[in-house]
Design a protein around this ligand. Structure first.
Ligand code: ATP
Ligand code: MG
Length: 201
Protein backbone atom coordinates (compact mmCIF):
# COMPACT_ATOMS: atom_id res chain seq x y z
CA UNK A 1 0.00 0.00 0.00
CA UNK A 2 1.25 3.48 -0.72
CA UNK A 3 -0.01 7.03 -1.09
CA UNK A 4 -0.92 7.58 -4.72
CA UNK A 5 -2.04 11.16 -4.66
CA UNK A 6 -2.74 14.05 -2.33
CA UNK A 7 -5.39 16.63 -3.05
CA UNK A 8 -4.96 19.83 -1.05
CA UNK A 9 -7.68 22.43 -1.17
CA UNK A 10 -7.21 25.71 0.65
CA UNK A 11 -4.83 24.00 3.09
CA UNK A 12 -2.08 26.17 4.61
CA UNK A 13 -0.11 27.80 1.78
CA UNK A 14 -2.07 25.89 -0.91
CA UNK A 15 -4.73 28.47 -1.73
CA UNK A 16 -5.74 26.67 -4.89
CA UNK A 17 -6.82 23.06 -5.31
CA UNK A 18 -3.53 21.20 -5.79
CA UNK A 19 -2.98 17.58 -6.76
CA UNK A 20 0.36 16.05 -5.79
CA UNK A 21 1.24 12.62 -7.24
CA UNK A 22 3.29 10.15 -5.20
CA UNK A 23 5.28 7.32 -6.72
CA UNK A 24 5.38 3.79 -5.42
CA UNK A 25 8.97 3.69 -4.27
CA UNK A 26 10.29 7.13 -3.69
CA UNK A 27 9.10 10.70 -4.14
CA UNK A 28 11.17 13.81 -3.51
CA UNK A 29 9.78 17.29 -3.15
CA UNK A 30 12.19 20.14 -3.60
CA UNK A 31 11.76 23.88 -3.37
CA UNK A 32 13.05 27.02 -1.68
CA UNK A 33 12.61 27.67 2.05
CA UNK A 34 9.04 28.51 2.93
CA UNK A 35 7.63 27.19 -0.34
CA UNK A 36 5.39 24.62 1.36
CA UNK A 37 7.34 21.32 1.39
CA UNK A 38 6.66 20.65 5.07
CA UNK A 39 3.05 21.78 4.59
CA UNK A 40 2.63 18.74 2.33
CA UNK A 41 3.68 16.42 5.16
CA UNK A 42 1.42 18.38 7.53
CA UNK A 43 -1.43 17.74 5.09
CA UNK A 44 -0.89 13.97 5.24
CA UNK A 45 -0.76 13.99 9.05
CA UNK A 46 -3.86 16.18 9.21
CA UNK A 47 -5.95 14.06 6.85
CA UNK A 48 -4.94 10.75 8.42
CA UNK A 49 -5.49 12.07 11.94
CA UNK A 50 -1.92 11.25 12.91
CA UNK A 51 -0.88 14.41 14.70
CA UNK A 52 -2.06 16.96 17.20
CA UNK A 53 -2.48 20.50 15.92
CA UNK A 54 0.89 21.48 17.43
CA UNK A 55 2.50 18.57 15.56
CA UNK A 56 1.45 20.16 12.29
CA UNK A 57 2.69 23.59 13.32
CA UNK A 58 -0.61 25.28 14.07
CA UNK A 59 -2.07 26.67 17.30
CA UNK A 60 -5.60 25.77 16.35
CA UNK A 61 -7.19 23.69 13.63
CA UNK A 62 -8.49 26.75 11.79
CA UNK A 63 -4.91 28.04 11.34
CA UNK A 64 -4.64 25.29 8.74
CA UNK A 65 -7.10 27.07 6.46
CA UNK A 66 -5.41 29.09 3.73
CA UNK A 67 -5.09 32.69 4.78
CA UNK A 68 -3.93 35.07 2.05
CA UNK A 69 -2.80 37.59 4.68
CA UNK A 70 -0.90 34.97 6.63
CA UNK A 71 2.12 37.17 7.14
CA UNK A 72 0.11 40.17 8.37
CA UNK A 73 -2.18 38.19 10.73
CA UNK A 74 -4.94 39.65 8.63
CA UNK A 75 -7.68 37.03 8.94
CA UNK A 76 -10.81 37.46 6.88
CA UNK A 77 -14.02 37.38 8.88
CA UNK A 78 -17.70 37.18 8.17
CA UNK A 79 -17.66 34.30 5.72
CA UNK A 80 -17.19 30.57 6.11
CA UNK A 81 -13.68 29.34 5.58
CA UNK A 82 -12.80 25.76 4.78
CA UNK A 83 -9.80 23.57 4.01
CA UNK A 84 -9.64 19.96 2.97
CA UNK A 85 -7.03 17.31 2.27
CA UNK A 86 -7.67 14.02 0.52
CA UNK A 87 -5.15 11.18 0.67
CA UNK A 88 -5.66 8.60 -2.06
CA UNK A 89 -4.13 5.25 -1.16
CA UNK A 90 -3.21 2.60 -3.67
CA UNK A 91 -4.37 -0.62 -2.04
CA UNK A 92 -3.96 -2.88 -5.07
CA UNK A 93 -1.68 -5.17 -3.04
CA UNK A 94 -4.53 -5.71 -0.59
CA UNK A 95 -2.73 -4.49 2.55
CA UNK A 96 -6.03 -3.24 3.91
CA UNK A 97 -8.10 -6.05 2.43
CA UNK A 98 -9.47 -7.33 5.72
CA UNK A 99 -10.52 -3.89 6.90
CA UNK A 100 -14.04 -3.24 7.93
CA UNK A 101 -15.20 0.29 8.35
CA UNK A 102 -18.14 1.06 10.52
CA UNK A 103 -20.17 3.82 8.97
CA UNK A 104 -23.52 5.33 9.83
CA UNK A 105 -25.03 2.90 7.34
CA UNK A 106 -23.47 -0.17 8.94
CA UNK A 107 -20.32 -2.18 8.40
CA UNK A 108 -18.65 -2.07 5.07
CA UNK A 109 -15.56 -3.69 3.62
CA UNK A 110 -13.35 -1.03 2.04
CA UNK A 111 -10.73 -3.61 1.12
CA UNK A 112 -12.65 -4.71 -1.93
CA UNK A 113 -11.49 -1.65 -3.79
CA UNK A 114 -7.99 -0.95 -5.11
CA UNK A 115 -8.16 2.68 -4.17
CA UNK A 116 -9.06 4.07 -0.78
CA UNK A 117 -9.70 7.75 -0.24
CA UNK A 118 -9.31 9.28 3.19
CA UNK A 119 -10.39 12.86 3.47
CA UNK A 120 -10.61 15.45 6.20
CA UNK A 121 -12.23 18.86 6.14
CA UNK A 122 -12.04 21.69 8.61
CA UNK A 123 -14.66 24.39 8.41
CA UNK A 124 -14.81 27.66 10.30
CA UNK A 125 -18.05 29.57 10.81
CA UNK A 126 -18.56 32.90 12.59
CA UNK A 127 -18.39 31.45 16.08
CA UNK A 128 -17.27 27.85 15.76
CA UNK A 129 -15.34 25.30 13.77
CA UNK A 130 -16.00 21.75 12.60
CA UNK A 131 -13.84 18.84 11.51
CA UNK A 132 -15.07 15.96 9.35
CA UNK A 133 -13.45 12.71 8.23
CA UNK A 134 -14.44 10.56 5.26
CA UNK A 135 -13.47 7.15 3.90
CA UNK A 136 -14.36 6.73 0.24
CA UNK A 137 -16.75 9.63 0.53
CA UNK A 138 -18.61 8.34 3.57
CA UNK A 139 -18.58 10.33 6.76
CA UNK A 140 -16.70 8.41 9.49
CA UNK A 141 -15.10 8.96 12.89
CA UNK A 142 -11.38 9.38 13.48
CA UNK A 143 -11.32 5.97 15.18
CA UNK A 144 -12.52 4.34 11.93
CA UNK A 145 -9.54 5.83 10.10
CA UNK A 146 -7.16 4.80 12.87
CA UNK A 147 -8.47 1.22 12.82
CA UNK A 148 -8.04 1.09 9.06
CA UNK A 149 -4.48 2.45 9.04
CA UNK A 150 -3.36 0.35 12.01
CA UNK A 151 -3.54 -2.66 9.66
CA UNK A 152 -0.67 -1.15 7.71
CA UNK A 153 1.24 -0.30 10.90
CA UNK A 154 0.40 3.39 10.62
CA UNK A 155 -0.52 4.75 14.06
CA UNK A 156 -0.36 8.12 15.85
CA UNK A 157 2.20 6.65 18.31
CA UNK A 158 4.30 5.09 15.56
CA UNK A 159 7.33 6.56 13.90
CA UNK A 160 5.89 6.64 10.40
CA UNK A 161 7.02 10.17 9.72
CA UNK A 162 10.42 11.63 10.52
CA UNK A 163 9.83 15.33 10.97
CA UNK A 164 12.24 18.16 10.32
CA UNK A 165 14.45 18.35 13.44
CA UNK A 166 13.69 14.78 14.58
CA UNK A 167 17.09 13.47 13.53
CA UNK A 168 18.93 16.04 15.65
CA UNK A 169 16.57 15.32 18.53
CA UNK A 170 17.22 11.58 18.32
CA UNK A 171 20.99 12.18 18.26
CA UNK A 172 20.76 14.37 21.37
CA UNK A 173 18.58 11.93 23.35
CA UNK A 174 19.71 9.80 26.26
CA UNK A 175 20.48 6.18 25.41
CA UNK A 176 17.36 5.05 27.32
CA UNK A 177 15.03 7.33 25.40
CA UNK A 178 16.59 6.25 22.12
CA UNK A 179 16.09 2.61 23.08
CA UNK A 180 12.36 3.29 23.60
CA UNK A 181 12.09 4.54 20.03
CA UNK A 182 13.84 1.47 18.65
CA UNK A 183 11.54 -0.78 20.73
CA UNK A 184 8.54 1.08 19.33
CA UNK A 185 9.70 0.67 15.72
CA UNK A 186 10.64 -2.98 16.22
CA UNK A 187 7.20 -3.63 17.75
CA UNK A 188 8.71 -4.73 21.08
CA UNK A 189 7.10 -1.92 23.07
CA UNK A 190 3.66 -3.46 22.54
CA UNK A 191 4.81 -6.71 24.17
CA UNK A 192 6.41 -4.84 27.08
CA UNK A 193 3.06 -3.17 27.73
CA UNK A 194 1.23 -6.51 27.52
CA UNK A 195 3.79 -8.10 29.87
CA UNK A 196 3.34 -5.32 32.39
CA UNK A 197 -0.44 -5.58 32.38
CA UNK A 198 -0.15 -9.40 32.72
CA UNK A 199 2.03 -8.95 35.83
CA UNK A 200 -0.52 -6.55 37.27
CA UNK A 201 -3.20 -9.22 36.93
P1 ATP B 1 11.87 24.88 4.70
O1 ATP B 1 12.74 24.55 3.52
O2 ATP B 1 12.33 26.12 5.40
O3 ATP B 1 11.65 23.73 5.61
P2 ATP B 1 9.21 24.47 3.61
O4 ATP B 1 9.19 24.36 2.12
O5 ATP B 1 9.12 23.22 4.41
O6 ATP B 1 10.47 25.35 4.06
P3 ATP B 1 6.74 25.16 4.86
O7 ATP B 1 7.11 25.17 6.30
O8 ATP B 1 6.03 23.98 4.34
O9 ATP B 1 8.04 25.46 4.00
O10 ATP B 1 5.85 26.42 4.49
C1 ATP B 1 5.84 27.56 5.26
C2 ATP B 1 4.98 28.59 4.57
O11 ATP B 1 3.61 28.25 4.67
C3 ATP B 1 5.18 29.93 5.23
O12 ATP B 1 5.44 30.88 4.22
C4 ATP B 1 3.85 30.23 5.87
O13 ATP B 1 3.54 31.58 5.83
C5 ATP B 1 2.90 29.44 4.97
N1 ATP B 1 1.64 29.13 5.66
C6 ATP B 1 1.44 28.36 6.76
N2 ATP B 1 0.14 28.35 7.11
C7 ATP B 1 -0.52 29.11 6.18
C8 ATP B 1 -1.88 29.50 6.00
N3 ATP B 1 -2.85 29.09 6.82
N4 ATP B 1 -2.18 30.31 4.94
C9 ATP B 1 -1.20 30.72 4.08
N5 ATP B 1 0.10 30.41 4.21
C10 ATP B 1 0.45 29.61 5.24
MG1 MG C 1 10.26 22.38 5.90
Amino acid sequence: MHIKELVLDNFKSFGRKTRIPFYEDFTTVSGPNGSGKSNIIDAVLFALGLARTSGIRAEKLTDLIYNPGHHDDDVETGEEREASVEVILDNADGTLSRSQVVTAAGTENVGDVDEISIKRRVKETDDNYYSYYYINGRSVNLSDIQDLLAQAGVTPEGYNVVMQGDVTEIINMTAGARREIIDEIAGVAEFDQKKESAFEE
